[in-house]
Design a protein around this ligand. Structure first.
Ligand code: BES
Ligand code: MN
Ligand code: ZN
Length: 481
């Protein structure tokens, strides 16, 4: 049971007394109390600081913290009235942004992952939040959009939060199909036989240590020209080129024979967060009725340990013919993504974004507050940074320069999957540079290393576990590119 978020033209005075009224004041941040009003309502007052100082960033956190307070006080029904015109710094965006942001962050903060809790009801006290006084067409459209964005972001979180024994590559493929049911997104699953036939040897190598076979998930949404302009006879015409999203789908990452130490492995069921977020984004795009062609590719595999696992030192020929020396079995994400990048070529992509929990080094570089973006396309970098600010899924650039190429030069093969001297410096860039060798030429491409944002942190004011990032950013990008 998730919290219902509704929009109402009603004024707070006419609303049933069972609704706790949220009142945002200009008192200092965090200042809060419950008040009984003369007309028999309960009011929850929380300070936001001077309204003139509220920024898009602090506004999102404010909305989330309101929900956290309601939850901790076991409030079941609440109403909230906020006026766009009260917050001058939010007016860099339109009113639709305002109501979309409210809806998104209410729903994201209300989310809890309770699938494996035997006593569920205690956790689901918050039944409904009504957003009041929103009458304009823009406000209504923004609200409707925000509900879709939040719903699919939370779906991505549900999938990512599922542990590795329940979410195998086949289960991830089934989750993609379920997510797309009733929408215009088609889902095609390539199993091990097809993976071998296509010579996606890197996907095969990463998955071969597990009895849960790898799967390659292909999702297509042909929204341009009402779905008539699609791939015909395996060919895409120039005007129908899709935007391609690629998501890392490692359903569990033990590290392989280069096994991870304890303390670094237990949350590696979320190593498919890139995959779940691109699935969520393409389905949301369909739900929003975008007139765009979009493809999502998810190479799914379990990086397991057995006598059949790939070995450190194995050389594998990638789908595009490049030979790869697998110097480190824990650098598996870049391997499956490399073949997915090659596979994407058949679509003649207009632009590509890959999304992956690729490196711990991205956390070393940025902390847990932002994902890393790496691209040679300055426009795309600027676009993603800007849309990151607008959506809340913050991204920050790291370079992809030719100067970083040489550490991956292999003595025995065309390229190595980690620096051949085992140096750990610039590890996030190293991952990006490996992918750069496989990205289709002359196509704008960006790599998002979302390892920093895989797990929520307290300041996010979200449930523990998956953040669902960067679904909001991807949707914005699909809407505007
Ligand atoms: N899935 C991990 C990266 C990761 C680490 C994601 C922490 C989220 C949180 C990835 O497959 C990995 O193991 N990367 C290695 C690369 C190294 C061997 C070059 C890493 O970061 O140590
Ligand atoms: Mn790994
Ligand atoms: Zn991994």
């Amino acid at each position: 049971m998730s919290t219902k978020i509704t929009l109402s033209a009603k004024d707070v005075a006419t609303l049933d007394t069972k609704y706790t009224r949220i009142v945002v004041t200009e008192e200092s941040l965090g200042h809060h109390r419950f008040v009984e009003t003369a007309d028999g309502h309960t009011e929850y007052r929380q300070g936001a600081g001077k309204w003139s100082e509220v920024t898009p960033r602090t506004f999102r956190t404010l909305v989330r913290s309101l929900v956290q307070s309601l939850k901790s006080h076991k409030v079941e029904f609440a109403s909230i009235a906020l006026n766009y015109t009260d917050f001058p710094k939010l007016q860099q965006y339109d009113e639709a942004w305002f109501t979309s942001t409210i809806a998104e962050n209410l729903a994201l903060a209300a989310y809890d992952y309770t699938v494996y809790k035997s006593k569920k009801d205690e956790k689901h006290t918050l039944k409904e939040i009504v957003i009041l006084n929103q009458n304009s067409a823009g406000a209504k459209a923004g609200f409707a959009r925000g509900c879709v964005v939040a719903h699919y972001t939370n779906s991505a979180r549900d999938i990512a939060n599922t542990h590795g024994d329940d979410l195998t590559p086949k289960a991830l493929a089934a989750a993609a199909k379920k997510l797309a049911t009733g929408t215009k997104v088609t889902v095609k699953i390539l199993g091990l036989t097809e993976i071998k036939k296509l010579k996606m040897n890197l996907v095969e190598a990463v998955g071969k240590g597990s009895h849960n076979e790898p799967q390659f998930i292909v999702m297509e949404y042909w929204g341009k020209g009402n779905g008539k302009l699609k791939m015909e006879n395996g060919k895409v015409s120039d005007e129908n080129k899709p935007l391609v999203l690629i998501g890392k789908g490692i359903t569990y990452d033990t590290g392989g024979l280069n096994v991870k130490p304890s303390g670094s492995m237990h949350d590696m069921h979320m190593d498919m967060s890139g995959g779940s977020s691109v699935m969520a984004a393409i389905v949301a795009a369909s739900k929003l009725g975008l007139k765009k062609n979009i493809v999502a590719l998810i190479p799914a595999a379990e990086n397991a340990i057995s006598s059949r696992s790939m070995r450190a030192g194995d050389i594998v020929t990638a789908m595009n013919g490049t030979t790869v020396e697998i110097l480190h079995t824990d650098a598996e994400g870049r391997l499956v993504l490399a073949d997915a990048l090659t596979y994407s070529e058949r679509y003649k992509p207009k632009a590509i974004i890959d999304v992956a929990t690729l490196t711990g080094a991205a956390l070393v570089a940025l902390g847990q507050q932002a994902s890393a973006v790496m691209t040679r396309d300055l426009n795309l970098e600027t676009t993603l940074r800007t849309l990151g600010e607008e959506s809340g899924d913050l991204v920050w650039p790291l370079p992809l320069w030719d100067e970083y190429k040489s550490p991956l030069k292999s003595a025995r093969a065309d390229i190595s999957n980690i620096a051949t001297n085992f140096a750990r410096w610039g590890g996030a860039i190293e991952g990006g540079m490996f992918l750069d060798a496989f990205a289709p030429k002359n196509v704008p491409w960006a790599h998002l290393d979302i390892a920093p944002r895989m797990d929520s942190i307290p300041s996010d004011k979200l449930a523990k576990g998956s953040t669902g990032e960067p679904v909001r950013l991807l949707i914005k990008w699909l809407e505007t590119y």
